[in-house]
Design a protein around this ligand. Sequence first.
Ligand code: PBG
Length: 336
Amino acid sequence: MSTFPTHRPRRLRQSPAMRRLVAEHTLSASALVLPVFVTERDEPQQIASIPGVRQETLATLPAVVQAAADAGIGGIMLFGVPLHRDAVGSGATRPDGILNRAIRVAADASAGRLTVQADLCLDEFTDHGHCGVLDGRGAVDNDATLERYAAMAIAQADAGAQILGLSGMMDGQVAAVRGALDAAGRTDVVLLAYSAKYASAFYGPFRDAVESTLVGDRTTYQLDPANAREGVLEADLDIREGADIVMVKPAGPYLDVLAAVAQRSPVPVWAYQVSGEYAMIEAAAAAGAIDRDRAIMESVLGIRRAGAAAILTYWALEIAARLREGARALGTEVQA
Ligand code: PBG
């Protein structure tokens, strides 16, 4: 028998090649999704709180789609930034609303090389900024909102969206949207349920990005950060309602919820590394406090390790480029 120490785990850490061989988790471009904002204005707009990310226009969007497809990433998630908003979010269901137009442009530009995904929520389209319509007392009316979501789903499917991201956190939203799509004969449309979406401070920069008009908060529909069990319940309900994919959001502060959902879910589980997670790392790096590139890879790998099959991240293109660089450096690049 061997003598002390019996176990020398450091053997497997002795060289880059050895470490690569025993790596339990890897990142791949195909499992990354890039969120893209599209403004109704004529010029792209920089987003101060998400450095390096801008609002695209319908004219600049095709180049982004092509760059994303060239990078081999799995898809883009579109968000519309309309100029005009009203109480019921009319722009969300009009075929000429900015998001529906963007979907058409992206579907065209992608030519099937990546999946076109769209945010299905009313917050960018309502003048009060809530994710649903309001009742007479100013509260978010769950069931009236479901009707708006159903109409929005049809509009997005008609425009060419292949995956709809249900991010509004209304009860029964997956069933309502699935029912409407089925009734319209659109059984092909994939539903990505933002099942465990928490009422998070980390959405701050995003609200800037979409010029949110919200006064107050979303605590009556998004999850309480104190609750993990409830996040798992939401995922279970969405799967029963017909979700094809479920998601946890934000990602980094909710890795326990992600791991729990990933353990039990029979459908793919994704995670959204949100704007605040991105902005924190960029700010810390800009302040010279951390190594930016390593922090990015570590943050995304952590989300992967916790169980995310795919990850929405504003660094998707940069990470895809770095993965390709790494493969080239090792001479292991696979020719497509
Ligand atoms: C709702 C939506 C939000 C995000 C994605 N979809 C904002 C919210 O719920 O307030 C946040 C994404 C991010 O912070 O990067 N349409």
